[in-house]
Design a protein around this ligand. Structure first.
Ligand SMILES: [Zn+2]
Length: 345
């Protein structure tokens, strides 16, 4: 069965960019066997059948800080940080988090249908989430993979944002050999390429700046954008003067409130996929749905109103999003078997 390694990777090409997040974590089987035999006092044979059934939690598989017996390593021949065991004692879990929704549902069902069923080689776990959590997770991943010393990173962040916003466009082509992203003074919507420059309509450009700010603000002082280093107040001032706040209906004056509204707007991905920038169908039916959720949360927000200038976490208008986690246990099952064989011998 060792020859099957080539077919290991799942084909995710049917999913729009930015809708699937991949996580890889290593697990030390020596540590697991140790827990089951020494701490729980099970015989090796019993431990083996228990371990085979082991289903890690989503948190264990996707957390940035892994805990025993899980660990992360970039090394080619990593050693277990807890017991020092070598590679043959380690197994890999690959986890795919697929954002539920119109653009991914069909592809997800087709993918799951093709997966082998025996021995629970794959697990599918659903988790309810919302647009804000998903958005911040997405920003976080973007920040972790960004090289802030590279001048190209704001352009790369812009591209990631556009891919998320308009998954049907071929952004590979639009960004090929690109040197600069600029605000267009001609376009009122969409984008155009001119030599090595990409021109974005003012609204899109404002959102690109916002994304750059959000990705970099936790890594640097203020946010780094194509417009230079900006504080939140400076950023909001720019967005106001450029007409962007009016355009998306933000009338608040308080920076904290404006910021919260901006996040809701950016996180509300369902608006985008339904009201696509250039195909432009049904752009106003989506706006309504938010209000209903808002009413129910408002009561709680009021009773806690202590500092009116702070963003109110209870006033969040988030859309529900379903996350589908696909856990690949194949490597784990194989390694457990071979480790047990040497363990029992
Ligand atoms: Zn270990």
């Amino acid at each position: 069965m060792a020859t099957t390694t080539k077919k290991r990777e799942l084909d995710l090409s049917e999913f729009p960019a930015g809708t699937v997040t991949e996580y890889t974590t290593l697990v030390c089987l020596a540590c697991i066997f140790d827990i089951f035999t020494k701490q729980l006092g099970l015989a090796p044979r019993t431990a083996f059948s228990e371990i085979k059934r082991h289903a890690p939690t989503i948190e264990e598989l996707t957390s940035r800080q892994a805990t025993r017996p899980y660990f992360d390593s970039e090394e080619k021949h990593p050693h277990c940080p807890y017991c020092g065991s070598a590679r043959r004692w380690q197994a890999r879990f690959d986890t795919y988090c697929i954002e539920g929704g119109k653009t991914t549902d069909a592809a997800r069902r087709a993918l799951i249908k093709k997966l082998p069923r025996a021995d629970e080689q794959f697990l599918v776990i659903e988790k309810k989430s919302d647009s804000r959590v998903v958005f911040f997770e997405w920003l976080d991943t973007l920040g972790l993979n960004a090289d802030f010393n590279d001048d190209m990173w704001p352009i790369e962040a812009t591209r990631k944002y556009l891919e998320r916003r308009e998954p049907k466009t071929n952004w590979d082509e639009a960004f090929a050999e690109l040197r600069a992203v600029r605000r267009s003074s001609r376009l009122s919507e969409g984008w155009e390429r001119d030599d090595a420059r990409l021109f974005l309509a003012p609204g899109l450009y404002s959102e690109a700046i916002l994304i750059q700010y959000l990705v970099s603000r936790s890594h640097t002082h203020g946010g780094l954008t194509l417009e230079g280093r900006l504080t939140l107040v400076e950023l909001i001032r720019r967005l106001r003067y450029s007409g962007y706040l009016d355009q998306i209906g933000i009338t608040e004056r308080d920076p904290g409130e404006v910021f919260e509204k901006l996040i809701d707007h950016l996180a509300g991905k369902h608006e985008w996929s339904e009201a696509e920038v250039r195909t432009g169908s049904g752009s106003d039916r989506v706006k309504r749905s938010k209000k209903a959720t808002r009413k129910s949360t408002k009561k709680r927000a009021k009773s806690r109103q202590t500092k009116p200038t702070q963003p109110q976490p209870d006033e969040i208008i988030a859309e529900p999003v379903k996350l589908h986690y696909l856990i690949d246990r194949r490597d784990f099952l194989e390694k457990v078997k071979s480790v047990y064989a040497s363990y029992a011998a």
